[in-house]
Write a protein that binds this ligand. Structure first.
Ligand code: MF3
Ligand code: CO
Length: 263
């Protein structure tokens, strides 16, 4: 079922989204060579609880942690560990979700650990930009696949593998709701985008081919060819004044304004 939120409900989702956005800002400051993904997980959990919110991933289908931390060739759903220490040159995707007052926020960033290869920085930058192009393509009266198409159209020419098995999703009183938001496809398909629809948009791009493999832990998704992978995610909604990025500290204003002038 597609859940359409009232303005008051969107205000609650914004509050939940800000908790997630601030948690990721904290982790972004903390990421450096020598820190473990387990330590980052503990920081995220204590911050989320200090805000009176609850980590949404913990216990979701028995997932054991507050964040997903996916290093290098891990695409998504890497399980944090005190034994997994980040090293100079790594890239790490941190995915975080929280529930505040019954409403969910979900967001992810990919970060450089110290100095990284320029090819990896480009992978990160293109993945983030593809997410913003997707968000900027959403219009009231448009269709969900307009977002998918904008992501693919931007990412494809760079030659990165666009992961197909995992998609964005509706979000509200559950983390995962209909509709799915694929990261590729023709425009003008899928459900209509209406005011009060909230979606999480989350492209995953691989330096090599698109294909994925699941590790024996039943969670960690890695690239089949072993190449590094990047992932970004924001939860957003459409208001009468345009997109509001619920998990961005500034609501996405600066980035969306810059994109509007690009056309
Ligand atoms: N945040 C992921 C998503 O964007 C889901 C995490 S799966 C979990 O859809 F098990 F870790 F919660
Ligand atoms: Co998500």
């Amino acid at each position: 079922m597609i859940q359409i939120k009232t303005d008051a409900e969107i205000d609650k989702m914004r509050a939940a989204g800000l908790v997630v956005g601030r948690a990721l800002a904290l982790l972004t400051q903390a990421v450096a060579p020598g820190i473990s993904t387990g330590e980052l997980d503990a920081m995220a959990e204590s911050y989320i609880r200090s805000e009176g919110a609850v980590p949404s991933f913990k216990g979701y289908h028995d997932y054991p942690a507050t964040i997903c931390a996916s290093v290098n060739n891990q695409i998504v759903h890497g399980i944090p560990s005190m034994r997994e220490v980040l090293r100079e040159g790594d890239i790490v995707s941190l995915d975080c979700g929280a529930i505040l007052d019954g409403w969910h926020g979900d967001s992810a960033v990919t970060l450089a650990v110290g100095d990284i290869d320029p090819a990896l920085q480009r992978l990160i930058d293109v993945t983030e930009e593809s997410m913003w192009r997707g968000l900027a393509a959403a219009r009231i009266g448009g269709r969900v696949s307009d977002i998918s198409h904008a992501i693919e159209e931007y990412a494809r020419p760079f030659g990165f593998g666009i992961v197909e098995e995992y998609t964005g999703h509706g979000i509200g009183t559950e983390m995962h709701q209909e509709p799915a938001v694929p990261n590729f496809g023709k425009p003008g398909r899928g459900p209509e985008i209406v005011k009060g629809l909230a979606l999480a948009v989350e492209p995953m791009l691989n330096l090599g081919k698109r294909h994925t493999r699941m590790l024996d832990d039943g969670w960690t998704v890695v690239t089949k060819d072993g190449s590094p992978s990047a992932h970004f995610e924001h939860s957003f909604t459409l208001t009468d004044d345009g997109p509001l990025v619920l998990t961005a500290l500034d609501g996405g204003k600066s980035k969306l304004a810059a994109l509007a002038t690009v056309g």
